[in-house]
Design a protein around this ligand. Structure first.
Ligand SMILES: [Zn+2]
Length: 420
């Protein structure tokens, strides 16, 4: 090879490498699976054993219990500089999105008829942990600076991911059998990735990693981006609870995600596809959270996916479920009825509704705004702070409106007057 050719090849290689380095992929599941196949000699056996347990659960119909499962979450923010340091409000916005998405607060009419029967409330709820591993009160959010830029999938010589270890420039997990650990950092290669029960290389590296500008729906997100509604985390938590992509583990041919009520699918969908999309001789469910479409165009998990997640939780992640009172917002355990602890800051509002509440902080509130004729105007999922705001379209006509506020076991209605 002459020198000129060598230089040409080197330049071509650098260009290709740089291009691929900047092509951020939607999800790192293939990377996690490839690592598991490489480093876990019993990966296929683990997967098969997990599938056998799920199959037996699904056959027994045991998963139809509709009790709410509460998941305590700790979010580790690891930032290289201030431009990556997301706020607590941005973290809370992600928890609100998770709760809204798992509850399927879907705008009627957005789902094609053929899939409209397929979804229901998964009945899994998320809270920021209120107790740290030592039992001390906490916000459920940790902040650590790092000297590694784009730390997301960087590893040390032993193959350990830096993001999961304080000693390697990241943040240590809280016990992964008791908390859902989510690390938020710069991750140029993917929007996010997650471990599932069968592909964990090290127990203290179990959890979800999300790129900081795709986490939540306010703050340091790209306001014009396609992945700015917090659904990267919804998708990755799906993987954490054992869900596969709709096309299964291989993105060629007709893949199966091992869920009965999702159609076979050949490859991912991107953007906001027109309905219908056909592959594998069937209409694809591209608006499912486990496809790759834009955040604005994914809406639901199916009943089958819900059952699979509950089976994984009850068999392989059951430590998360035993901590409701110690780790899941015991601030919110109050016997005061909603009507006596939540109020409007001002019943006459213009542009923004402000609510105040003294007890039950961090509780998930489902709120609906109705006009005087009883028409639903807007739905909200909020995590109660001592004072928090609801936005609405300013073009609403002046008049009387109502806010219906619900928690798991209580509800109340507030009256307000909107003027323009
Ligand atoms: Zn994925």
């Amino acid at each position: 090879m002459n020198n000129r050719l060598k230089i040409f090849l080197l330049i071509a290689w650098v260009i290709i490498f740089r291009l691929s380095a900047f092509a951020q992929q939607r999800c790192g599941q293939d990377y996690i699976t490839a690592q598991a196949r490489q480093y876990l000699p019993d990966y296929e056996e683990r997967s098969a054993a997990m599938e056998a347990v799920i199959a037996s659960d699904i056959q027994s119909d045991r998963l139809q219990t509709r009790n709410t499962l509460y998941i305590p979450v700790v979010v580790h923010v690891v930032y290289y500089d201030q431009t990556e340091k997301i706020s607590e409000a941005q973290v809370r916005s992600q928890i609100e999105v998770l709760n809204a998405d798992f509850a399927h607060l879907i705008i009627p009419g957005t789902i094609p008829d053929e899939f409209a029967h397929a979804y229901q409330d998964v009945n899994i709820r998320f809270c920021l942990a209120s107790k740290d591993p030592e039992g001390n009160p906490t916000t459920g959010i940790t902040y650590n600076s790092t000297n590694f830029s784009n730390i997301g999938i960087k590893t040390d010589a032993m193959g350990r991911k830096r993001i999961h270890h304080s000693s390697l420039g990241g943040a240590d997990a809280w016990p992964t059998d008791k908390y859902l650990n989510i690390w938020v950092c710069r991750l140029d290669e993917y929007l996010g990735y997650a471990t599932g029960p069968d592909n964990i290389l090290f127990p203290d590296e179990d959890g979800v990693v999300i790129n900081f500008s795709n986490f939540g729906n306010i703050g340091l997100i790209d306001p014009n981006g396609r992945y700015n509604m917090g659904r990267t985390t919804t998708h990755e938590v799906g993987h954490y609870f054992g869900l596969l992509h709709l096309w299964g583990k291989n993105s060629s041919g007709c893949g199966d995600d091992l869920v009965e009520d999702t159609p076979l699918q050949g490859t991912p969908h991107y953007g906001c596809p027109d309905y219908p999309q056909i592959s594998c001789m069937t209409s694809n469910m591209f608006m499912n959270y486990m496809d790759y479409v834009d955040d604005a165009c994914m809406y639901f998990f199916t009943k089958g996916q819900g059952a699979r997640m509950r089976s994984i939780l009850e068999n392989f992640r059951k430590g998360l479920l035993t901590n409701k009172n110690t780790h899941c917002s015991d601030d919110s355990i109050t016997t005061t009825p909603l009507k006596d602890r939540i109020r409007l800051k001002n019943t006459l509002v213009n542009g923004e509704i402000t609510l105040i509440q003294a007890e039950g902080l961090n509780e998930v509130l489902y709120i609906e705004l109705y006009d005087e004729a009883g028409r639903l105007i807007k739905k909200y999922t909020k995590i109660a702070q001592s004072e928090f705001n609801l936005q609405y379209n300013r073009s609403l006509a002046s008049g009387m409106y109502f806010l219906r506020i619900r928690t798991a076991g209580d509800q109340t209605t507030l009256k307000l007057f909107i003027y323009d």
